[in-house]
Design a protein around this ligand. Structure first.
Ligand SMILES: Nc1ncnc2c1ncn2[C@@H]1O[C@H](COP(=O)(O)OP(=O)(O)OP(=O)(O)O)[C@@H](O)[C@H]1O
Ligand SMILES: [Mg+2]
Length: 211
């Protein structure tokens, strides 16, 4: 089993949306998936409550139990996804330590990028593979390129897939779906699918190197 953590200190950067969407993408790819929702707001768990499907499995849990729960899921799952809360350094450390790859979603705005410093510190503390993924990107304008350059200057890897601001995400969540299911041929679904492929390369190439 490989473990993906989705971390960002900043609230509302798209962590839970990516956790649920990547979980659904992985299920559709034939993987057995469990999402561990560490956020007391429990957005991903609420989404699962209104979703009319047993899959993907979502467990709302406290970070102190994460290590135990990941171990328990080891045989039954191919992929564990950790959805971390904002503003909690301790929980982020716990999640980072137990992960194989970390995605750091951020809006393409300088103040959001500056608030990533703590998350980047913990990535380097544990020497983890990680990438910053730009979310809520405007469809037009050159600001995103400038922001990507600033992130690279901070020494971080920028994910080559941008997630744009698209109404398909909140619209799908209203009925416990993801954009992949609501509009499978849409642009939001295409971005999520490409992000999923990128995550797989990072998770499973690390696995092969370790084998
Ligand atoms: N790419 C996007 N385009 C448009 N809306 C989005 C996008 N990603 C997420 N949203 C919406 O923005 C809101 C916040 O997203 P989400 O809950 O995924 O962020 P979060 O980082 O998990 O927030 P928190 O820090 O509170 O846990 C949700 O209503 C979600 O539907
Ligand atoms: Mg969230």
């Amino acid at each position: 089993m490989r473990t993906l953590a989705i971390l960002a200190q900043k609230g509302g950067s798209g962590k839970s949306t990516l956790a649920m969407s990547l979980a659904v993408a992985a299920e559709r790819d034939g993987k057995r998936v469990a999402v561990f929702d560490l956020d007391p707001q429990a957005s991903t768990t609420f989404w699962k409550d209104i979703r009319q499907s047993d899959h993907p499995a979502v467990a709302s849990c406290q970070s102190a139990r994460l290590g135990y729960l990941l171990k328990a899921a080891e045989e039954a799952c191919d992929l564990a996804i950790i959805d971390a809360p904002p503003f909690s350094k301790d929980i982020a450390y716990e999640a980072a330590q137990l992960s194989d790859f970390i995605l750091i979603p951020t809006k393409p705005a300088i103040l959001d990028v500056m608030s990533m410093t703590k998350t980047l510190e913990l990535v380097s503390h544990y020497r983890k593979q990680a990438a910053v993924v730009l979310t809520f990107c405007p469809v037009q304008g050159r600001e995103v390129g400038d922001i990507e350059a600033s992130i690279r200057k901070m020494g971080a890897t920028v994910c080559p897939i941008r997630i744009h601001h698209r109404v398909a995400h909140p619209r799908a969540q209203q009925t416990g779906l993801t954009a992949l299911e609501l509009e499978p041929e849409g642009k939001a679904a295409d971005e999520l699918q490409r992000l999923y492929s990128y995550v797989c390369i990072n998770l499973w190439s690390v696995s092969r190197a370790a084998a």
